[in-house]
Ligand binder design. Structure first.
Ligand SMILES: [Zn+2]
Ligand SMILES: [Zn+2]
Length: 387
């Protein structure tokens, strides 16, 4: 693979950075150490400006090219880890109990640092590269929070590009799905407020477990009975908590879960149905049911032209045989979608030699791909901001 030579020769350095971040994972909005490492390295690399504290722990670096030009390209990496107990037995495994870089964001951060060093040294572009290290991708809304703190007002971008590693065993395979690519997501919490009673005298209460059980069945009917079969959506109940004794019917039961969708009408319909079903059951059993539904990620939409440009840049690094235009929708979500809603751009996946899926306690990232990811990110800046 014709990885940019100045980046290829730094594979040991990149691997060391990645493994250090891996050993010290931090959950969303708590990436204090990670953020400090990023700031320190960007400063040492001679990046023109380094701004911190955006979206709590986010960092933004700015590099101006040799050539003058008004255009600005953003590159984004995420920095947070997951609440998972690592089970890899690697020498650089997580040193923090119950927290693990199981989605490879340690690698994304490292690849963007690799691109930053190269871009700061070579500056073979006309305009400005904006390096966005964002916190809290895993469901906590780090992208939104950075934008809420004025990310694109303070550091305007004409285009933004992001990347995610894909442990599919095919090193260097780059894929993009142009257009609608990944699902938007809502999280919901429901509290059934029944009336507790002795388990032997249910007639004296209103059984929250029975009502919540019926509610789970009702919620699972929404996608199959209300969404047109030609449209996709997922509703999963992921949590059901109630009771703690053999002889007590608890007064409350709580349910939580997620909805994934690919268009706004479907999202609105599902939200309405969740509320209607809860209201109907509440009425039927003469109880209160509280519903809280929150949109957490937008639908990820890749700009068609910029998807092609990103693949063309990647082809220069991984070869034309290793790029793919995908037409598979992904029901997973990604909060870079929120940035892509504000600024046109594209998001690709980069295959590597790992074979255990992300979010698994045994997930292992393949460090050999670090220079490839860094080179693709650097190259898209040079191509989009050609001198
Ligand atoms: Zn993840
Ligand atoms: Zn991820």
């Amino acid at each position: 693979m014709p990885v940019l030579p100045q980046i290829a020769e730094r594979i040991d350095e990149l691997t060391a950075i990645r493994r250090d971040l891996h050993a010290h994972p931090e959950l969303g909005f708590q990436e204090y150490r990670t953020s400090a490492v990023v700031q320190d390295l960007l400063t040492r690399y001679g990046v023109d400006q380094v701004h911190t504290g955006m979206g709590a722990t986010g960092v933004v670096g700015v590099i101006r090219g040799k050539g003058k030009g008004p255009r600005r390209v953003g590159l984004r990496a995420d920095m947070d880890a997951l609440p998972i107990q690592e089970a890899t037995n690697l020498p650089f495994a997580s040193r923090t109990e119950g927290v693990m870089h199981a989605c490879g964001h340690d690698a994304h951060t490292t690849m963007l640092l690799g691109a930053a060093r190269y871009l700061a040294e070579t500056r073979n572009f006309a305009g400005t590269a904006v390096l966005i290290f964002q916190p809290a991708e895993e469901g906590l809304g780090g992208a939104r929070r950075m934008m809420g703190d004025g990310l694109f007002n303070r550091f305007p971008c004409d285009e933004v590009f992001g990347m995610h590693n894909n442990p599919n065993g095919i090193p260097g395979l780059v894929k993009i799905k142009p257009g609608v690519a990944m699902a938007g997501a809502c999280f919901f919490d429901i509290v059934v407020r029944g009336v507790g009673s002795h388990a032997a005298m249910p007639e004296e209460g209103r059984d929250s477990i029975m009502i919540a059980s019926a509610l789970v069945g009702g919620l699972h009917s929404i996608v199959s009975r209300n969404i047109p079969p030609t449209k996709s959506a997922v509703l999963s109940v992921t949590r059901f908590n109630a009771g703690n004794a053999y002889n007590v019917l608890p007064d409350t039961a709580t349910i939580a879960g997620t909805v994934r969708y690919f268009n706004e009408e479907v999202r609105e319909l599902i939200e309405c149905r969740i509320k209607d079903i809860c209201a109907g059951l509440a009425n039927m059993h003469n109880v209160d049911i509280d519903v809280d539904i929150r949109n957490v990620f937008d639908v990820l939409v890749n700009d068609a032209d910029l998807s092609n440009a990103y693949l063309a840049a990647a082809a220069e690094i991984v070869g034309a045989d290793n790029i793919r235009v995908s037409d598979d929708l992904v029901t997973g979500s990604e909060d870079f979608a929120d940035m892509l809603k504000a600024i046109p751009g594209a998001y690709c996946t980069l295959g590597h030699g790992g074979t255990i899926p992300v979010h698994n306690p045994g997930y292992v990232f393949d460090d050999a791909i670090l220079p490839v990811g860094a080179s693709i990110m650097a190259r898209i800046v040079e191509k989009r901001l050609q001198i």
